[in-house]
Ligand binder design. Structure first.
Ligand code: PLP
Length: 397
């Protein structure tokens, strides 16, 4: 009988995509769904010089190579060195991928044997699928709102086992908005060295940090270089989300293994997104500064609005484009809260359960001031209607 492989029959989608799809379907049905995006320029488009580079590449014949464009890898190496203090040789330590997401998948495929344990802090972005698909076993290091979702590496010591092979760090953390401090990064580094672990560091939101903060990259420490895989994304930091491009920087054996895997998946990546990315890296950068300044304003405005609704507690996000709000006042699972916010009030969100953060939902804090105001009003109405309804139904228990 024809059948699917066991590894996919039990595999759920990442949850984040399901939530985005629900919002898309609601819009397509004519529903008024608020646009609370979580990254990119106000228009959602990269600037003219980037789009022009893509258009030029589309007019040229091109033969691709799985190595990616050499000039793009050089520009990425220069960026990593200048902005993140990461030294990576463009010849054999950088791989351009179809988004950060593909880089995560390739790295897991290159590093994991069946039964290997992968430690990751939670709530966290959706890494579980990529871990499980390669036979890995996720081990969760809990973080809590009470200390700003900081990583407590003392707790990590209790979770280590001889099978632990990899520690995954989201830096900054989607969905909590936590930006690990230099001390936290150094504690993670010492932990990785002590237990001889690989460090996979997802820095997709590295540019989205507020109040003068800067991301501290484990890959910038000379002692950690040989065990660190740094992953960054063009979708977020350069508003190139229509182009699906990211990259990893890793020691040569990891990069080579990932490149071989990429050849089996993509053969090579398109010249159009790669030329757009090259223009974004090498062209004028004032637009990026403006975009990030707009995000700081957006975060401040939305968080100030949320602070006026004490039932929806949150830890002020230090980075990313998300507010991870407490929705326990609704007295129902976060999946149901996300459904009712979308269906009844046009507010798109992702249930906290998707990130192993039950009791919360993740909202983007982008959108115009007017849209943000509408979202805040909608949240107040939802709370007034549904927290009361639940109190009535359960007799206040
Ligand atoms: C933390 C994190 N990593 C990776 C990704 C995927 O990035 P990309 O669009 O470059 O594949 C996302 C997307 O939302 C993300 O939030």
């Amino acid at each position: 009988m024809t059948r699917l492989a066991a590894r996919v029959t039990g595999l759920a989608g990442p949850g984040t995509t399901a939530a985005a799809e629900a919002a898309r379907v609601a819009r397509a049905r004519g529903g008024a769904v608020l646009d609370l995006r979580s990254f990119g320029t106000v228009s959602g488009l990269p600037p003219e010089h980037v789009r022009e580079a893509a258009a030029r590449a589309a007019r040229e014949p091109s033969a691709g190579s799985s190595n990616g464009l050499p000039e793009l890898r050089e520009a990425i190496a220069a960026k990593l060195s200048k902005e993140n203090g990461i030294v990576a040789d463009p010849r054999d330590e950088i791989l351009v991928t179809a988004g950060a997401k593909e880089a995560i998948y390739l790295a897991m495929a290159a590093l994991l044997e069946p039964g290997d344990e992968v430690m990751l802090h939670v709530p966290n972005y959706v890494f579980d699928g990529a871990i499980r698909l390669h036979g890995g076993v996720p081990v969760h290091l809990e973080t809590a709102a009470t200390d700003g979702f900081a990583l407590r590496m003392d707790d990590a010591e209790r979770l280590i086992s001889p099978r632990t092979r990899l520690f995954v760090l989201c830096n900054p953390v989607n969905p909590t908005g936590h930006v690990p401090s230099r001390q936290e990064i150094e504690a993670i580094g010492r932990f990785a060295e002590r237990h001889d672990l690989w460090l996979l560091v997802d820095e997709s939101y590295e540019r989205y940090v507020f109040d003068g903060r800067a991301v501290c990259s484990p890959g910038s420490y000379a002692d950690l270089r040989s065990r660190t895989i740094t992953i960054q994304s063009f979708s977020k930091g350069y508003s190139l989300f229509a182009y699906r491009l990211g990259y990893l920087a890793a020691p040569p054996p990891v990069t080579q293994a990932c490149r071989r895997l990429l050849e089996w998946i993509d053969i090579y990546l398109g010249a159009v997104p790669q030329h757009a990315a090259l223009a974004a890296l090498t062209g004028p950068t004032g637009w990026i500064d403006e975009m990030l300044a707009a995000w700081q304003v957006s975060r401040d405005r939305f968080v100030t609005g949320l602070r006026a609704v004490p039932e929806l507690a949150l830890v002020t996000p230090e980075g990313t484009g998300f507010a991870f709000i407490d929705v326990t006042a609704f007295r129902r699972p976060s999946v149901e809260v996300a459904d009712l916010l979308l269906d009844g009030y046009g507010v798109p969100s992702v249930p906290g359960s998707v990130f192993h953060g039950e009791g919360r939902v993740r909202l983007g804090f982008g959108g115009t001031p007017q849209v943000q105001q509408q979202a805040l009003h909608a949240l107040r109405r939802a709370l007034a209607q549904h927290s009361d309804e639940m109190v009535r139904r359960t007799g206040g228990s």
